[in-house]
Structure formats: structure tokens, C-alpha cells
Design a protein around this ligand. Structure first.
Ligand code: PRX
Length: 650
């Protein structure tokens, strides 16, 4: 192993930080030894209509997984993000919106945002949305996305955001799966100067019987002044509806465990699952982690470059920052438009203090050279963050040197859609950073490593990363399928929450995430189930069998490598390869587009017919010197054929 570098905490930073090393140690200890007292106190960061008297009521027992926090309290997430700030910060900017076109931006104060949310909440009600109904949001990064989230929360509706890059088919499955009554979309989205027809995707999704049955109305934001197909009986223009709506909308009093949102994510098997997050615990955790991890202070300008279609956008663009009365920046565009200096230009223009992005974006900038951000003034930056995949030490060093100018702590945040908020992170005023390590647990989080039999391993070791006890931000269930929730997360290693990640713990107790241990791959920070891509492929008439694995990719972290066995009568041509690639794009979305496709006359299978993915993975990784035991293969000659015709990774 290469020598590990360590970056000590800057004492000047620590002196002004919410959490220094001493506080971290004391608070962490209390958070795990006296969770009731710790979280009982932290819960007070929110405004409750009815205060809670019970704090924690959780069990990971696989016969009865049940997770409840603050269960007898009542509150409203929209109230906590908006109403309670009006008196003290009504005129403060809540959201800075930076458009795809650099000449377009908006500054939305807490008062404006409150008004917009109230109006849209009334629109939802007028369209028949009631407490407990699921509203699907299929929107680009425009203020209306945050408005719609908070409007749902205000009236007790549950939002389910579907990333705008997903295909009509993927959208249809999510609308149907959540039995969603209404979809909010925009006619087009604008990215890198190009208009993408989002509404047309919704129209197509709603030709699927199941989605059509549940969805009654589509509300459409006019993002681009372009002709839009229209169904008078179903479609409603956003602008017209809000113009006619009242600005007065009382909030619903919600139980702490009432669902706030569903968010679909990929697993190792089956269709994507809708993870359910509830109100009280999630909001406490999002608010606290946003404040402490980013060391957010009043008046700071905070920018997270994620999309609201992912959990990072939920917790760290909208709910966490707004609960804290922060100014949060929302960016519609891409880092390469109008040119590669865009991130720098935005940081300079809005005087950004905290910047939170993904390793894949850092690597893309890094490829452009040290002067990629031009002469942008980055001097306002105080802290940098990373999320979505392990950050390789080279990218960490570059981020530190070129963006942070060596003076900004970097918080490498490990967490998941399931965890609701950041779980492992070097707190900037408390924990010395080791490039590439997510390092230490956040408050209330008890990570552990277990071997494949579920035995806990102590000390410096590598194993399956599990979490020993509940934390308030944790997902409560899979929408409509608690059994799947239990099976996926609580049955492999009894008594623990199974993360699906592997990790190494070093002698200092730092955690180093080594990647997924299941059949999930991470492409540019987007999580994807290989089974999903496989089932899209076998739905094509030419494909008899498909196996999908990840392989190391310089920019994306992992790329998608596909092995395809064709049906008799189909020829392995370049055209077919192209067609299959487009097929996957249209079935799932551009993020699932295979990087490499190898036509394989046969797959390496055991005698019982199971594909040996381990071997396919090794070949895709160009690591076929170490294939391990192949003696159980039904036909070992298949392997030589696969190696001979493997795809060139360069
Ligand atoms: O494998 C881990 C990786 O991303 C997975 C979670 O993906 P998702 O639910 O889409 O959420 C992404 C944003 C929170 C994890 O199981 N991952 C995320 N952050 C890191 C990471 N791997 C290493 N280091 C990280 N900082």
C-alpha cells in the first residue's frame, strides 16, 4: 500500500468551527451511548407542533424490522424550511438559481419561496392531491423543483422525484410503482444549451397502461418557449395555475413518521426500489449533518452541484440547507458549458463559500489541466466536499490544490440513498484528512466490519461495511414492500444494517470504502443495478443472454461492460452493437449506456447453469491472469474465447 498522506486540521479553521476534535469525541460518545439524550436534544433544532416525548424506538431484528424516531411528535417539513424563518430572515436569499445560460439567474428570498410554495401547494390541492398521495416530480434543476418538493411536504403529499435523465419506460415504472396521481414536469429541460423534451417523455410514459391508470394530471412548467404537445383533459400549465392560486396555504400537521418522500434506487436484484423516508428523523439528521459537515455559518453561500433527482439533492440542496436558514445554490447547467471554466465562474459570481461535488466532475476538470477554471476568483471558498464514489487520492490532491488553493478542508462524505444523510466523514474542524478515506463516523453512526459469515472483525481489517444501530435519517422501508426492505438490508448479517459496500479500517480507525460488494455498479456517481441493465438487454429480440459487470474507468469511476449472447439468426455486427447501446439508453436512460459490448458465443457457467460473474468481472478488468478456480465451469474453454475477444478498454 502506498504511503498515506495525512492533512492535519487547520487550527484557525477549528477555532471557528461548530465541531472541533474535543467536541467531536464528547458528542460522538454521547450519541452512541445515550442516543435518547443526544437525539432528544438535537431534535430541538426543528420546530414541532406537538413536541415528542419518545425519541428512539428501533429494532433491526429481521423478524420485525421497525424504525421510529420522535414518534409521538408532530411537525411539518415545509414549515421548518420556510415559515419559521420568515420573521428573522424573510428577506434573506434562500435559493440562488444559476441557469444553464450564464446570463440567467434568480435570487429567491425566504419570503418569495414561501409564497411560491403556498401557491403551488394550493394548485396541488385544487388538482385533487390529498395528504398521503404520491406526486411524481420529473423536473430539471429549476426553482420549481424545490418549490414542488416543499409544496408536497406542506400538504402532506409524498414526493417521488425521478431524475430527468431516466427514460419514459423507467419513469412509467416509477409512476406505477408508487401509484402516483399526478406528475409535475417541464416542457423541456435545458442543459449545455440544448433543449431536451421532458414532457414528451412523460407523454410516452403515460401510454403504459399501469402509469396511465394511476396518473390523472400532469402539471407542466414552461421552461423553453417551444411548441409542446398538449392533452387538454390531462395537462395543466404551471404558470397559469399558480397565477390563479392563493398565497395562503396553512401547513398540515404531520406525524414524525409520516412519509416525506420516496426515492427510487437500484439494488443488486430486481426492479429499482422506492425507499421511504419519513419526516421527523430525516429532517433532524439532514439539518444537523448539513450544519456540522459543511460547517455552515449564517450568511454563507453554499453550493451542492448534485441534481435533485438524487438523494444528495434532497438532503443537501433542499431540506438540510433550508431547514438551517441557509442560502443554497441550485445550478441548472453542466460544468462544461459555455466552457470548462463554468464551475469557477459560478463560484466567483455568487461568492460561494462551501462547494460540494462528485469525484467524476473533479476528474473531468482535472483532465483539462490546472488552469481549467481560468482566472475565476475562488478566494471565497472555505470548504470543499465530495460525494458519490470513492475519491482517488490524485483527484483529492488536485481538488485541494487547484480548487481549494490548499486552504480548504475537504469532506469526503460516504452515505447512501438509504441512509438519508452523511454517515462517514472527516468533520472539517475535528478530523485530520487522509486523501481517499471517508474516515470517521458521524454522530450516532456505529460502523462495523463483518466477514462473510457475519462475524464482526476488530482492529485494522477489511470486510463488509455494516451499521450496528439506527440513526434518525435512516430509510424506514421500501414503499409497499417491507419484506424486501428486511431481506435486502437486515437478513445477510443479523442485527446489522447491511450497506452493500466493502471497507477497510486502518490502524487509526479510519474507514476506506472499497466499493460495492454486490452486483451494483457506480458509474459517474450514479448507482446502477447490473440486473437492470441485463433485463433491458434481454428484452431486445436479438439477445439470448446478457451479463453486465463494471470495470475501472478513468473518468466515470466505473464503466459498463456488457457480454451478450445472441439469439440464433442474429449476426454480431457493429450496427447491432450500436442498436443495443441505443436500446439500453431508451429502456433506462443515457446514464445506463454500455461503454463496451462484447458478443460472447457462450458464458462461463457452473454445471448448474449459474453465470460466474467473478470471471466476467476479471476479464472486463483486464485482470485475467488471476481468474481463480475455473474447475467448476461446465465448459472451461469459454473463458479462453472470452479473453481472446475481450474489448479494448482504451
Ligand atoms: O458505494 C457507495 C457509493 O455510492 C453508494 C450509494 O449510492 P447512492 O445511494 O446513489 O447515493 C449516492 C450519494 C450519497 C454507496 O453505497 N458512495 C457514495 N459516497 C461515497 C461512496 N463511496 C465511497 N466514498 C464516498 N464518499
Amino acid at each position: 500500500m502506498s504511503e498515506e498522506k495525512i492533512y492535519a486540521v487547520d487550527p484557525a479553521f477549528a477555532a471557528n468551527a461548530h465541531i472541533d476534535a474535543e467536541k467531536y469525541a464528547a458528542m460522538y460518545e454521547q450519541s452512541v451511548n445515550e442516543p435518547e439524550a443526544f437525539w432528544g436534544e438535537q431534535g430541538k433544532r426543528l420546530d414541532w407542533f406537538k413536541p415528542y416525548t419518545k425519541v428512539k424506538n428501533t429494532t433491526f431484528d429481521p423478524h420485525n424490522v421497525s424504525i421510529k424516531w420522535f414518534e409521538d411528535g408532530t411537525l411539518n417539513a415545509s414549515y421548518n424550511c420556510l415559515d419559521r424563518h420568515l420573521e428573522t430572515r424573510g428577506d434573506q436569499v434562500a435559493i440562488i438559481w444559476e441557469g444553464d445560460d450564464p446570463s440567467e439567474d434568480q435570487k429567491i428570498t425566504y419570503r418569495d419561496l414561501h409564497e411560491r410554495v403556498c401557491r403551488f401547494a394550493n394548485v396541488l390541492k385544487a388538482q385533487g392531491v390529498e395528504k398521503g398521495d404520491v406526486v411524481t416530480l420529473y423536473l430539471p434543476m429549476i426553482p420549481e423543483a424545490a418549490v414542488a418538493m416543499l409544496a408536497c411536504a406542506r400538504i402532506g403529499a409524498v414526493h417521488s422525484i425521478v431524475f430527468g435523465g431516466f427514460s419514459p419506460e423507467a419513469l412509467a415504472a416509477r409512476i406505477e410503482g408508487a401509484n402516483s396521481k399526478l406528475v409535475v414536469t417541464s416542457n423541456y429541460s435545458l442543459r449545455g444549451g440544448k433543449a431536451v423534451p421532458l414532457k414528451a417523455n412523460v407523454d410516452k410514459a403515460l401510454t403504459h397502461a399501469g402509469a396511465k391508470k394511476s396518473c390523472e394530471k400532469v402539471i407542466v412548467v414552461k421552461r423553453v418557449d417551444k411548441e409542446t404537445e398538449w392533452d387538454d383533459a390531462r395537462d395543466v400549465w404551471y404558470d397559469e395555475a399558480v397565477a390563479a392560486a392563493s398565497t395562503d396555504c396553512p401547513v398540515e400537521e404531520m406525524e414524525a413518521e409520516a412519509p416525506l418522500f420516496i426515492l427510487y434506487t437500484s439494488g443488486s436484484t430486481g426492479a429499482p426500489k422506492g425507499l421511504k423516508h419519513t419526516t421527523g428523523g430525516y429532517m433532524v439528521y439532514a439539518s444537523m449533518s448539513h450544519e456540522y459537515v459543511f460547517d455552515y455559518h449564517d450568511g454563507d453561500i453554499y453550493w451542492c452541484t448534485a441534481d435533485v433527482g438524487w438523494v444528495t439533492g434532497h438532503s443537501y440542496i433542499v431540506y438540510g440547507p433550508l431547514a438551517n436558514g441557509a442560502t443554497t445554490l441550485m445550478f441548472e447547467g453542466v460544468p462544461s458549458y459555455p466552457d470548462n471554466s463554468r464551475f469557477g465562474r459560478v463560484i466567483e459570481k455568487h461568492k460561494v463559500n462551501q462547494f460540494y461535488t462528485a469525484p467524476t466532475a473533479i476528474r473531468a476538470l482535472m483532465q483539462q489541466g490546472e488552469d481549467v477554471l481560468g482566472d475565476s476568483d475562488l478566494s471565497t471558498l472555505k470548504l470543499l466536499g465530495s460525494v458519490g464514489e470513492p475519491i482517488n487520492p490524485e483527484a483529492w490532491e488536485w481538488y485541494n490544490r487547484v480548487i481549494g488553493k490548499g486552504k480548504c478542508p475537504i469532506v469526503d462524505t460516504w452515505w447512501q440513498t438509504e441512509t438519508g444523510g452523511i454517515m462517514i466523514v472527516p468533520l472539517p474542524g475535528a478530523t485530520a484528512a487522509k486523501p481517499g478515506s471517508a474516515s470517521m463516523p458521524f454522530f450516532g453512526v456505529q460502523p462495523a466490519l463483518v466477514d462473510n459469515e457475519g462475524n464482526e472483525i476488530e482492529g485494522a481489517a477489511e470486510g463488509n461495511l455494516v451499521i450496528k444501530d439506527s440513526w434518525p435519517g435512516q430509510s424506514r422501508s421500501i414503499w409497499g414492500d417491507h419484506e424486501r426492505f428486511t431481506n435486502t438490508y437486515f437478513s445477510s448479517f443479523k442485527g446489522y444494517y447491511t450497506t452493500g459496500d466493502g471497507a477497510r479500517r486502518d490502524a487509526d480507525g479510519y474507514y476506506w470504502i472499497t466499493g460495492r460488494v454486490d452486483d451494483v455498479i457506480n458509474v459517474s456517481g450514479h448507482r446502477m443495478g447490473t440486473a437492470e441493465v441485463e433485463s433491458a438487454l434481454v428484452a431486445h429480440e436479438a439477445v439470448a443472454e446478457a451479463a453486465v459487470v463494471g470495470y475501472p474507468h478513468d473518468l466515470k469511476g466505473q464503466g459498463i461492460y456488457v457480454y451478450v449472447t445472441l439469439q440464433a439468426g442474429f449476426e454480431p455486427t457493429d450496427e447491432l452493437m450500436k442498436e443495443l447501446r441505443n436500446w439500453v439508453r431508451s429502456e433506462i436512460g443515457p446514464i445506463a449506456s454500455p461503454d463496451l459490448i462484447q458478443f460472447a458465443p457462450g458464458m462461463p457457467k457452473t454445471r448448474s447453469g449459474k453465470i460466474m460473474r467473478r470471471i466476467l468481472r476479471k476479464i472486463a478488468e483486464d485482470d485475467f491472469g488471476a481468474l481463480g478456480d475455473t474447475s467448476t465451469l461446465a465448459d472451461p474453454s469459454v473463458v479462453d474465447e472470452l479473453i481472446e475477444h475481450r474489448m479494448n478498454r482504451k
